[in-house]
Design a protein. Structure first.
Length: 391
């Protein structure tokens, strides 16, 4: 009898302690570690991501389900070793509930083991290589995947008089994905890829590669470069006279990034791309998003990085609501899976099995609208999953 009473008291004490811990968790701020390239060659990416995350908080409040939300921004300079170290510090020292951001694929992949070991959900708002969500069961993506985009573009090109192409991509994860998936689909459709060229990620000089393209005389150049490098590619495309030689440029949408498109000039006019977001997307929600983003950021136009961060914050907020403020890595992750909602990009969801984004892909053409260059959508592929995960 005495033994049973002792066990009952011990169980009751444990329950009380558990309840106190839960109450303590409810009173603690909910912390999001936002790791971005704030300085360095990819600083424009970090600027867009941070601006959109802060806009979402300004519009939706900084208290969710009774928890004060705090965003801790850290600059990784676009360097993978720095990203991983910062993530470890955020988890151990700052006790963050979620890791988020990740402007480039190597940065997300470097941090994946930290998310797994600490059971911390990691929301990828930018990086786009197909394999990223496979690197940790705690990764959720709200950006896009390169295969979603380039396979759609390959199909469009095959149907619109493009029979021979040269592929030119940046030599890292998304570029390799772009080359592989575009080539596979284009060749399967009966086309020919005359040559595949890869340029360095940092400080690229496109001129010698573009000369090779001109000498090969394809119907079109297919290109992928990271956000921010499209201006240099377009400038050198014109300088080498590829446009005057009758070589069309078709590209993954990062090349005509909304953030820098207006500065490209006439060489960009008429370029066809595929992507999941354009600032010119014709929906009431997107018009409000573009207007609010511009007002909050001195007229800056949001790009696809911004919508990835904006939707990433939505996924985090809704998961915290679903757990009634309790949070917790596994519970938060479960609440992120399967979410479906209307985004400024259009309808999107998080695939419950792959934790990857499902959304529309748009074929667009650069056109002048009210005196400014925009990626104007003219064809829609609905509810596209990542082809890299359907094999």
């Amino acid at each position: 009898m005495q033994q049973r009473r002792t066990l009952f008291i011990a169980a009751a004490a444990a329950a009380l302690l558990s309840g106190a811990g839960g109450a303590l968790a409810q009173g603690e701020p909910f912390r999001i570690g936002l790791i971005l390239p704030v300085t360095g060659p990819f600083a424009s990416t970090g600027k867009q991501l941070e601006a959109a995350a802060r806009l979402y908080m300004a519009q939706n409040g900084s208290t969710v389900a009774g928890r004060k939300v705090e965003v801790i921004v850290k600059d990784d300079t676009g360097t993978a070793d720095v990203t991983k170290r910062i993530a470890q510090e955020l988890v151990v020292n700052d006790k963050v509930d979620v890791l988020a951001g990740f402007g480039l694929t190597p940065l997300a992949l470097a941090t994946a083991p930290v998310a797994t070991q600490s059971k911390t959900p990691l929301v990828v708002m930018s990086a786009a290589t197909s394999i990223i969500t496979e690197a940790s069961p705690y990764i959720v993506r709200t950006s896009f995947t390169v295969p979603q985009v380039v396979t759609a573009l390959a199909d469009w090109a095959s149907k619109n008089g493009v029979k021979k192409v040269v592929s030119l991509v940046t030599d890292y994860g998304p570029g390799v994905d772009s080359e592989k998936f575009f080539k596979e689909r284009f060749v399967a459709n009966g086309g020919t890829v005359v040559d595949t060229l890869r340029v360095p990620l940092r400080g690229p000089d496109f001129a010698p590669f573009l000369q090779k393209v001109r000498d090969a005389k394809p119907d079109a150049l297919f290109a992928f470069v990271p956000s921010g490098q499209g201006s240099a590619l377009m400038k050198q495309f014109a300088e080498r006279g590829l446009d005057k030689a009758g070589i069309r440029l078709i590209a993954e949408g990062s090349v005509t990034d909304d953030d820098i498109l207006n500065g490209m000039g006439e060489v960009a006019h008429g370029v066809v791309t595929a992507h999941h977001y354009s600032a010119a997307h014709n929906s009431a929600l997107n018009k409000k998003f573009v207007e609010a983003f511009g007002k909050a950021n001195n007229g800056l136009r949001p790009n696809f990085m911004a919508v990835g961060a904006y939707d990433g914050m939505h996924v985090i907020y809704e998961a915290l609501k679903a757990t009634q403020g309790a949070g917790g890595g596994d519970a938060l992750l479960a609440a992120m899976k399967g979410q479906a909602f209307e985004s400024p990009r259009g309808p999107m969801s998080i695939d419950a099995q792959t934790r990857d984004v499902v959304h529309n892909i748009y074929i667009r053409k650069v056109e002048r609208v009210n005196g400014q260059l925009h990626n104007v959508e003219f064809e829609t592929l609905k509810d596209v999953k990542d082809p890299g995960k359907t094999r």
